[in-house]
Design a protein around this ligand. Sequence first.
Ligand code: SF4
Ligand code: SF4
Length: 263
Amino acid sequence: MPIHEKTLIDPQLLVQSDKLVVDGIDVSGHWNTMILPRTMTEYDPDFYETIQAFPGGENVHRCWQCGSCTNSCTMYAINTDFNPRYWIYLINLGYKSELVKDKDIIWQCVSCNKCTNICPKDVRPEGVMKALAHWLEAEGHTPKSRSTLFDEEFTRQCIERGRIEDTEVMFNFFRQTGQNLGAMLKGGWLRLLIERMNNVHLLRQGKIGKFVARLPLVQGFKMGWAMVFKPRTRSWGRTGEVLREYVEEQKRAAHAGIGSPTH
Ligand code: SF4
Ligand code: SF4
C-alpha cells in the first residue's frame, strides 16, 4: 500500500532495507518501506468540543476528510506542511500534542476562504483554523497575537471610561507589540499617514498658505487634550462594572471549555 503523506510520519518509525529480494523480485530501497507500529494513549476524544467552543470551530465534527480544503488552500500551495485537512483530522481524533507541533504555522492562514467555499460538508475550515489558533494561544502554546493585544487595549478603555481614544489605543498597541515608534515616525507608514493627514504635499509644492490653512489644528489639539485629560462617558461607573463582570464571566466560561486555564 502506498504511504500517503509520508512527511507526516515520524522518520524514526520508517524503516527500509537497502538490499532486499523477495521471491526473486528486487524490492530494495523505498520499495520495501515499512512503518513500525506505535501505541498512542494520549487521545482526548472530547477535544473537538473544545474547538467547537471557539468561534469558527462549530462544524469541525462534520469533516469527512475529502481533502478539498487542502487542495484549494493558498498556503498549502506555498508550503505543503500547511495542511488544514490533517489538522481537522487531528482535532477530531483528539491528538493535541501532534497539533502543538505545528503551532508555528497554523496561524499563517490568510483567511482567503477558498477552503470554506469548496468544503462539501460546511465545516468552514477557515473558521477552524482561527479556532485552533485561538486554542493554541489560550493554552499558552503561542504568544498573544497582535489582534488579542489590540482587543485587550480596546476593551480596557471601553470598560474603564465608556469610550476609546484612537490615539491612545494606537500608541499603547504599538508599545505592547514592541514596535519602534521613532522608526515608524521617521520613515514608516505612520510618517506617510501623518504627512497625508496634514497635506504635507502642499508644503513640498511651496504652497505654504494653503498648507497652513488646511492644518488640522483643532483636531490635533483635541487628540493631544484627550491623551492628557482622558474623557469618559457620563455616569459610566456602574455600567462599566457590569461590562467588566460580563467579560470576566465570558473568560471563565471559555477557560472552562478548554479544561485547563493557563491565563
Ligand atoms: S473540504 Fe471539508 S470535508 Fe473535505 S477535508 Fe476539508 S474540511 Fe473536511
Ligand atoms: S482560509 Fe486559510 S486554510 Fe483556508 S484556503 Fe485560505 S489559507 Fe488555506
